[in-house]
Ligand binder design. Structure first.
Ligand code: MN
Ligand code: FE
Length: 336
């Protein structure tokens, strides 16, 4: 059983019971990167040419991205790690927590580099109802994961899965992808290419976070069939649909008017498309039936082939999984 309070017998890595968790850990270690290896300053010329609405979209995006890394870490520390027994899953969660810390530093670096109003960005998520709603919603799920939670009970296990679906499927798997799409759309228009490279690396990490979360959910459901009934399935599906509604409101605030090639409707269609993929990954039928308006977006799994950075810097990334790819010397390439 992967769920449960760990005992002394659980403090031994081998024999590995959940190879997917150990594989993800090794893959995550191979993906290690550092924000300052990306020369963000090169994007400043683009920044000067951008419209006020475009700059507003970037700053609005940062105001949610910035705290969200720490929110995920808090959730992992308080709502996931304590209730998992498998050491290989603990290894992965420890690496994921470092990655969220690294993303936090990466976004701080963006705030330092671009002429953004930092104080305003630090405040905006606290006072904008559509952002506050997202943060409060995640916190409410985590609030149930305290010492009163009995992970051996059906309701305790269900609370664990509810929290996991909220922070992993909705926050990391839908809300973050919505933000990544907006961020990468600037590169589509030949703007903020280095920022786009940073987002590629973040996206690659997040795609593993999502894989881990989905595998964890599926493993829990398989090992604890007693928690699954029609009502619980409906509830999980509704958590995802509510997440889409919250993101829809948020994107309307991000694009009060729309910018070149991008408006709230376009982003929200992508959100619904991604939500359907998440539903399918969990074994549900699609709910929204939208087509992907952003076919240029890399899917979570093929990001690796599509990254195009460090053309000018040969760095330690040679040691990682990318070294196996023959296309590392290729220049700019469109994300398909
Ligand atoms: Mn992250
Ligand atoms: Fe994450």
């Amino acid at each position: 059983m992967i769920l449960g309070r760990p005992r002394n017998e659980d403090m031994q890595l081998r024999p590995i019971k959940y190879p997917w968790a150990y594989d993800l850990y090794n893959q995550a270690v191979a993906n290690t990167w550092f924000p300052h290896e990306i020369a963000l300053g090169e994007d400043l010329d683009d920044w000067k040419k951008m419209t006020d609405d475009e700059r507003y979209a970037v700053s609005f995006l940062m105001s949610f991205f910035n705290p969200s890394e720490l929110i995920v870490n808090r959730t992992l520390a308080l709502g996931v790690y304590p209730y998992i027994k498998a050491p290989e899953a603990h290894l992965y969660l420890a690496k994921q927590m470092w990655e969220e810390a690294n993303h936090c530093q990466a976004f701080e670096y963006v705030l330092e580099t671009f002429p953004l109003d930092k104080e305003k960005i630090y405040q905006q998520h606290l006072i904008t109802p559509s952002i506050k709603a997202k943060e409060d919603w995640i916190s409410n799920f985590l609030a149930k994961m305290d010492e009163r939670l009995d992970i051996e009970t059906i309701e305790g296990k269900r609370d664990f899965v509810r929290n996991l679906v909220a922070y992993n499927i909705v926050m990391e798997g839908i809300w973050f992808y919505s933000g990544f799409m907006v961020a990468l759309s600037f590169r589509q228009r030949k703007q903020l290419r280095n920022f786009g490279s940073m987002i590629d690396w973040v996206l690659r990490d997040e795609s593993l976070h999502l894989k881990f979360g989905i595998n964890l959910i599926l493993t829990i459901l398989e090992e604890n069939p007693e928690i699954v009934d029609e009502g619980f399935g409906e509830e999980i599906k509704n958590i995802i649909i509510t997440g889409v509604e919250m993101e829809t409101a948020y994107n309307k605030d991000m694009f009060p008017r729309g910018i070149l090639g991008l408006n709230a409707d376009y982003v929200n269609q992508y959100v619904r498309y991604v939500a359907d993929r998440r539903l399918e990954e969990l074994g549900f039928e699609p709910h929204f039936h939208d087509t992907n308006p952003a076919k240029w977006m890399a899917s979570a799994t093929d990001t690796l082939e599509l990254v195009n950075f460090f053309e000018s810097q040969n760095t330690s990334y040679e040691v990682n999984a990318r070294a196996n790819k023959e296309n590392k010397d290729e220049g700019e390439k469109e994300v398909v």
